[in-house]
Design a protein around this ligand. Sequence first.
Ligand SMILES: NC(=O)c1ccc[n+]([C@@H]2O[C@H](COP(=O)([O-])OP(=O)(O)OC[C@H]3O[C@@H](n4cnc5c(N)ncnc54)[C@H](OP(=O)(O)O)[C@@H]3O)[C@@H](O)[C@H]2O)c1
Length: 340
Amino acid sequence: MGYRVVIAGATGNVGREMLNILAERQFPVDEIAVLASRRSLGTEVSFGDKTLTTQDLDAFDFTGWDMALFAIGSDATKKYAPKAAAAGCVVIDNSSLYRYDADVPLIVPEVNPQAIHGYDKKNIIANPNCSTAQMVVALKPLHDRARIKRVVVSTYQSVSGSGKEGIDELWDQTKSIYNPTDDKPAKKFTKQIAFNVIPHIDVFMDSGDTKEEWKMVAETKKIVDPSIKVTATCVRVPVFVGHSEAVNIETEDFLDEDEARDILREAPGIMVIDKREDGGYVTPVECVGDFATFVSRIRQDSTIDNGLNLWCVSDNLRKGAALNAVQIAELLGREVLKKG
Ligand SMILES: NC(=O)c1ccc[n+]([C@@H]2O[C@H](COP(=O)([O-])OP(=O)(O)OC[C@H]3O[C@@H](n4cnc5c(N)ncnc54)[C@H](OP(=O)(O)O)[C@@H]3O)[C@@H](O)[C@H]2O)c1
């Protein structure tokens, strides 16, 4: 017996990827409903070798459905997630709306699977921000061995992290640079993204950090350990898919770079590609479509007593969103609903 699964936001980047991953991982699905806004009513989406027709989320009755994977943004989530949860359907949400709610578990299955048991306070489980998800997969095994005190991270985040409009803007602007009569000014992003980088993702906060930077701090604490200090600079780069991060880690105990590499090689969800030669590391284009979080450039930071540097790359639509959501669905099935 399998599950009755709903995908809300099935026409979006994350929604389509969730459908691909459910099919790839042969998630035990008995029935699946694909939902989006009324604008997309009747739009066809693929699920394995099947073609499904999109229904209107606003008119959908969640009664009798086991779980709903949401990827529709915070505003729509606020309206529809409580409705699904009240109907007895467990919501796994990709937006930031519930991530910091003490009654909602925020889960990366390789890191804090035990948190699944808190799902029933609201019948909602939150999926972290894309840049946090890949970073904590790499931090957790190092923290278990040497206790991480502080992390300094700079991100290089692809445009797909800001949805379909972000992808379109990079594509259109790139073309328009070669055809100046077809000017495409910045709309989704605050400055030109083609052939440029923008040190600004999400809104500014009073501290001077952006909300994206704050999310990496708050979510790392909630998922891994509240004692870890994190400071982040989040940058949008003209890459379609795949987020990269330069991570500096300070630990309590000394951790040799070779031991760190061995620990990461054994860690779930991590693939170490770390040869000290031309091309002996991973770049975003190579991680697209993959499940793993790739770690390269592992080396000692000799400016402090117990310091390490590493480079961490992952497909933001997969580990940063859709894959992690499907892994949560698998965990929910295995540990709680036990139907599959
Ligand atoms: N992209 C990432 O790397 C990433 C990572 C982590 C989390 N997330 C989160 O995942 C969510 C979706 O992101 P995305 O990149 O997939 O965005 P997207 O490509 O722009 O897709 C948005 C989806 O939401 C649907 N939607 C929007 N408003 C709706 C409404 N009022 N009612 C019903 N459906 C509605 C859209 O349907 P229509 O096609 O009908 O408009 C579409 O299916 C966001 O919360 C985002 O923050 C994204």
